[in-house]
Ligand binder design. Structure first.
Ligand code: AHR
Length: 558
């Protein structure tokens, strides 16, 4: 039985929750309703929001992407073939490299040329506590540079993805950035770098790398600049970069989570004081900081979901701040690092996997609700990268030597790929709200000193929406993705499509069981998506969303 007070309607802005009573007709038959408003388009979902991130960190590259040309593990010129196949399956649109913090310590010249001549360098992460406890020295401490620009571009090409390179602003001169662009993009035979590219096992034809990050986290590991100092660097690094007709899309180093002062300072400088061509994108990083990846209580789950759900408010706050200076909103948000990060639990599958962690259905729920947020804000978010692709934080894959498995995060990307390039439409969700003790939220936050719980949030209870998601349309196919975060309750739901008739519907379900479920090398298929039946009656579809689930409904419109 649903109490009126417990019924939450979630609109396009998750934070603006409204208590609603379900209509009498629907209340008699369903726990919840979803209304899809086809006549209220929000914009086209950029395929690039389904992007990935591979940093030279721990086992992301070495043991993850790169196994080496002479390895017994199936590889394509040194790149793990099983990974490439899975990347093609999810239609990976873009991959970011070489960092992350590593980017501002990296000289791209170290990673090109004959492999046996490449220098070994100290990795940015060498002093990380996780790096220090590795049983032996390896590529996670000292980077052998066996994987460089040509290998990364080849990896992207094999996957069918666009390369997104992050340039070093903290420790290399601006001219090195120009030269990296020249190495990648100058026409066949035109420059010494173009000749080197061909001779190095790359291609005579240019790589035409379009997406370039200008530093990474320049407020922190990328230089500890002030916004004005970084704006000055940004001007210097981008004042002259050869374009070679590629149409470079430059991405400036944006804020850490909700730091709008960084956004304001940069935009005020770039748009106010001697205006320059604004960047294509404003990078933003938001990790959901949590404690235990596997050994968590059910009471820890909702606080984690609420933290992940903050992404939408953070996006809105930066967007509004950007709009004060960039009135036409020419600059888009690039959320190129996000995901749940368990900073206090050791669940990595091998000790060499710096920042490695296990991923459960709980993480799939958080990743799915994040992708739904991007889908609901297509005019704001132009690109994103899940951090990181393999063996690190919110990984889609875990590998060690010849072991290679997918995680539930992979299942989410596989389900959500149908949104790529679709027209996002407004959806209204009405479902019983989840109430949990606020103390749990504070408990999740306290170890990492996150002060983002505002002082006025002192009520004993916290709330989370009961159902949420996103919908997009491509021609006569409507894709609806929905998260049911409730740990034990299914939601029998009436889905109404306004503006068209639903002729058939099919469903894919991830979860529905214990949220702790995850894959291991010994049990690689604990987590699977299942098909399910959705019944259709005119413009309404009925479906029961299992507890702790991520669901994709594919609805044929007539
Ligand atoms: O993804 C791990 C690290 O988190 C990245 O290197 C950095 O950009 C962020 O702080």
């Amino acid at each position: 039985m649903i109490d009126r007070r417990d019924f939450l309607k979630t609109g396009t802005l998750a934070g603006a929750a409204l208590l609603l009573k379900p209509s009498r007709a629907l209340a008699a038959t369903a726990d919840a309703t979803i209304e899809i408003l086809l006549d209220e388009p929000l914009g086209t979902i950029s395929p690039l929001i389904y992007g990935h991130f591979t940093e030279e960190l721990g086992a992301v590259i070495y043991d993850g992407v790169w196994v080496g040309e002479n390895s017994k593990i199936a590889n394509t010129q040194g790149i793990r073939t099983a990974l490439v196949e899975k990347m093609r399956q999810i239609k990976a649109p873009a991959v970011r490299w070489p960092g992350g913090c590593f980017a501002d310590s990296y000289d791209w010249r170290d990673g090109v040329g004959p492999r046996d001549k490449r220098p070994k360098r100290t990795d940015f992460w060498v002093d990380d506590p996780d790096s220090k406890i590795t049983p032996k020295l390896g590529p996670m401490n000292y980077d052998p540079n066996q994987f460089g620009t040509d290998d990364f571009v080849r990896f992207c090409k094999l996957c069918g993805a666009q390369p997104y390179l992050a340039a070093n602003v903290r420790s290399l001169p601006a001219y090195s950035f120009d030269q990296w662009v020249e190495y990648c993009n100058s026409p066949a035979g035109s420059t010494t770098y173009a000749l080197m590219r061909a001779a190095n096992g790359g291609t005579a034809e240019p790589y035409n790398v379009k997406y370039w990050g200008v530093g990474n986290e320049s407020w922190g590991c990328g230089g500890t600049f002030t916004p004005d100092e970084y704006a000055a660097e940004y001007r210097r690094y981008t004042a002259w970069i050869p374009d070679y007709g590629v149409g470079l899309e430059l991405i400036a180093s944006g804020p850490n989570q909700d730091d709008v002062a960084w956004t304001q300072g940069f935009f005020e400088n770039i748009f106010g004081k001697r205006k320059i061509n604004p960047p294509f994108g404003w990078s933003m990083h938001y990790y959901t900081d949590l404690q235990k990846a596997l050994d968590y209580q059910s009471t820890d789950v909702y606080p984690g979901y609420s933290l992940a759900d903050r992404m939408e408010k953070i996006i809105h706050d930066h967007w509004t701040t950007m709009g004060v200076f960039d009135r036409e909103h020419t600059v888009k948000l690039i959320v190129d690092e996000y995901g749940p990060w368990y900073r206090f639990s050791d669940t990595k599958l091998d000790p060499t996997h710096v920042l490695g962690q296990q991923l459960t259905v709980r993480d799939a729920v958080m990743t799915a609700l994040t992708l739904d947020i991007f889908n609901r804000n297509p005019e704001k978010v132009a690109m994103a990268a899940c951090a990181q692709l393999i063996n690190c934080i919110d990984s889609l894959f875990l590998s060690h030597e010849d072991h290679f498995i997918t995680t539930p995060i992979f299942n989410v990307f596989d389900m959500y790929k149908d949104h790529m390039g679709g027209e996002s439409v407004r959806v209204e969700f009405a479902a019983p709200v989840i109430t949990y003790p606020r103390v749990q939220l504070k408990k999740e936050l306290s170890p990492v000193g996150d002060e983002s719980v505002s002082p006025e949030e002192t009520t004993p209870e916290a709330h989370l929406w009961g159902l949420n998601g996103s919908a997009s349309r491509i021609g006569k196919t409507l894709t609806l993705t929905v998260v049911n975060p409730h740990l034990t309750e299914a939601r029998e739901t009436q889905i109404v499509v306004r503006g068209a008739t639903a002729s058939s519907a099919s469903a894919m379900v991830l979860g529905g069981e214990d949220v702790h479920i995850h894959n291991t090398f010994a049990e690689p298929e604990n987590v699977k998506t299942k098909t399910a039946t959705a019944s259709v009656n005119g413009s309404a579809v009925s479906f029961t969303f299992p507890p702790s689930s991520v669901v994709k409904l594919t609805i044929a419109l007539s």
